[in-house]
Design a protein around this ligand. Structure first.
Ligand code: M6R
Length: 615
């Protein structure tokens, strides 16, 4: 859950690494560091704080020359965020430096052993143990860096993406991965190393993604050598040409990535169904679903595993699959599923949902399901991610890079893909009539325009945010398809504004949360026309009689809720099953504006990281 960048080639390494780290800050941002080799000396600079703090420190600490270097932005696992625990870490001799993303689980025993042999440690990190283990192997076995890394990694239990530099062999960087992503950008006479492709996109579109248990030796002006960590067999690297460009990952005039990504949703949804939804011919074409149709149709049930926002999309999918395709669905937190000895059979289909495709708990749940013989289908955004590779088949959401830590377009595009799958299965099973199917396709095609309409309420929502920004608690209520949206709205508010918020099924309110309601409590109620409208209006009346402040998310032209609520935000009418694609938008904007008004760091909220590659 850290960001790694490296460079080796004819250019000045420093600006490439610093800019690359800024793009990877979504992966962790509690400290940052860099190691540069200027042809004679190896210089390391690191600091608690963000990449910009590193830049400021660098200007006073070291000269930023050299055309080989590695850099790191950290999300702490072992050891508090401070200067000493920041990466890179030196080995005791000062010859080696390492940067690391992941966790070395057996670091305590390795550390004790190394101490008994005279090694000392300055930091509390598992990473410093690893670099000294590599040094120990290198000296004991009298081998070069590549071999030393390989032997050391075979003694390690855990997950890692690492880059190691040895100043006694200053024309190479050794990298390795197990469980954390690592890409190599291949330029002309130069190589870039990064946790994802964004740091090198403006230099090259040619990339190699290391697979788990692979390592690479990257030498100046030489070919890359890729080999297996376990058995030393060599691997022919597959160089792929990336289609994304830099514009897609920059802010494009918006103040924050989150706002940009909220506004990108109409396009992202179109990109998700493009080439899959054909309304004229009334068909849905998804290669990976067609290829595995029998597995889906013969499934006893679908089990959805995911975390956070992706889990909320899974909950929406539960309603859609059961409603349209009449397939029983269970939705599991991946982190619980993996540890509770679940009953899984070969007749289960497991759908894993993940924006990043790197979430450790989801990945572990997939491995567990596969080991029990289930067919595992992935819904991911990041192409070539670990989950995309680990699953038996899958469908990408095509949302484009999501940089803001708070997921927005990931949620709506996941629901779009899952709706397409459910509709396709419903058609194949005959659980939806041909006219209903056509109607769904038409409505889905109209969703992007309707999202644009909701976005027009931005200023109105900002005004509501100004009224409620200082409260300490929020309640979100919804029913049916919009219950998961209530959960998602509450999560968005919590994670970026640090205001406590809870999502509840509206009818559950009377079983407890109603006790919280007084004149200081704002309650966001999703009360669209389709879907238990009268029941939700009754819930609103119950809130009103306890003086709660009501923010209603209503269908255009609504009268009943408008009479009761303190504020309403309108969304266009659509099918109930597609309504989460609209009702979630005002909740994203509300939490965004509250967080901005409170002066919070919207794109990089405290304690969080974009991809959670630790359990
Ligand atoms: O990359 P994933 O979709 O697997 O990530 C899962 C969660 O970590 C993620 O949705 C998290 O909850 C977001 N910060 C929510 O906005």
């Amino acid at each position: 859950m850290c960001g790694i960048v490296g460079y080796i080639g004819p250019r000045e390494a420093y600006p490439i690494i610093i800019e690359g780290l800024k793009r990877l800050e979504y992966r962790g941002y509690d400290s940052a560091g860099i190691a540069l080799f200027d042809g004679t000396d190896l210089k390391v600079c690191k600091t608690k704080g963000k990449v910009v703090d590193l830049e400021n420190k660098l200007h006073t600490d070291i000269t930023s020359t050299g055309n080989i270097g590695i850099g790191h932005t950290r999300w702490a696992t072992h050891g508090v965020p401070n200067d000493v625990n920041s990466h890179p870490h030196y080995s005791n001799s000062g010859d080696l430096v390492i940067i690391h993303n992941g966790i070395i689980e057996n670091y305590e025993s390795l550390r004790k052993e190394l101490i008994s042999r005279g090694y000392h440690f300055d930091s509390d990190t598992d990473t410093e143990v690893l670099v000294n283990l590599i040094e120990d192997v290198k000296n004991k076995e009298n081998v070069k860096l590549g071999q030393a890394v390989q032997i050391a990694l075979n003694q390690v239990v855990g997950a890692y993406a690492i880059a190691v530099f040895d100043k006694t062999r200053p024309k190479e960087i050794v990298i390795a991965r197990l469980g954390s992503p690592l890409a190599i950008g291949v330029g002309k006479d130069e190589f870039f190393i990064a946790s994802d492709a964004s740091p090198f996109l403006e230099y090259t579109k040619d990339a190699i993604y290391l697979e788990d248990e692979e390592m690479a030796i990257i030498r100046l002006n030489k070919d890359i050598k890729v080999r297996k960590i376990k058995d030393d067999s060599s691997v022919v690297p597959y160089v792929q040409t990336l289609k994304m460009n830099l514009d897609q990952i920059e802010k494009g005039g918006f103040e924050h990535f989150m706002l940009k990504e909220i506004y990108e949703q109409p396009k992202a949804i179109i990109d998700t169904y493009r080439g899959r939804l054909n309304r004229q011919e009334a068909i849905i074409k998804m290669g990976s679903v067609e290829d595995n149709m029998k597995k889906f149709l013969n499934a006893d049930r679908i089990i959805i595993v995911a975390c956070g926002t992706s889990w909320h999309a899974g909950l929406v999918a539960e309603y859609i699959f059961e409603d349209l395709a009449r397939i029983p669905v269970e939705v599991e937190y991946a982190s619980e599923f993996r540890y509770r000895n679940p009953i899984i059979t070969e007749k289960d289909v497991v759908i894993a949902i993940s924006q990043s495709g790197e979430t450790a708990d989801t990945l572990a749940a997939i491995k567990l399901a596969k080991s029990k013989g289930a067919f595992v289908f992935g819904v991911c955004n990041v192409v070539g991610s670990s989950i995309a590779r680990e699953t038996d088949a899958g469908a990408y959401t095509h949302a484009g890079p999501e940089i803001g830590v708070a997921s927005t377009k990931a949620f709506t595009t996941q629901i779009t893909v899952l709706s397409l799958i459910a509709l396709r299965l419903a058609r194949a099973k005959g659980t939806i009539s041909s006219s209903d199917f056509r109607h769904h396709l038409l409505e889905l095609e109209m969703i992007p325009k309707k999202v644009e309409k909701v976005l027009e309420a931005n200023e109105h929502i900002k005004h509501i945010a100004e009224i409620y920004k200082d409260v300490h608690n929020f309640l979100y209520l919804g029913r049916g398809y919009n219950f998961p949206v209530a959960l998602e709205g509450a999560l968005k508010l919590k994670e970026i504004s640090y205001i406590h918020a809870e999502g509840y099924p509206a009818a559950e309110m009377k079983h407890g949360p109603i006790a919280l309601i007084d004149e200081n409590m704002p309650i966001v109620v999703i009360a669209t026309k389709k879907g238990h409208y009268e029941k939700v209006v009754s819930n609103i009346q119950e809130i009103k009689s306890r003086k709660g402040k009501i923010i209603g998310i209503v269908t255009e032209g609504d009268v009943d809720v408008r009479e009761l609520a303190d504020h309403v935000i309108e969304v266009p009418e659509t099918l109930e099953s597609l309504s989460p694609l609209l009702t979630t938008i005002p909740l994203q904007l509300l939490s965004y504006h509250i967080a901005v008004l409170l002066g919070k760091n919207v794109d990089q909220p405290r304690n969080l990281a974009k991809s959670v590659t630790v359990e």
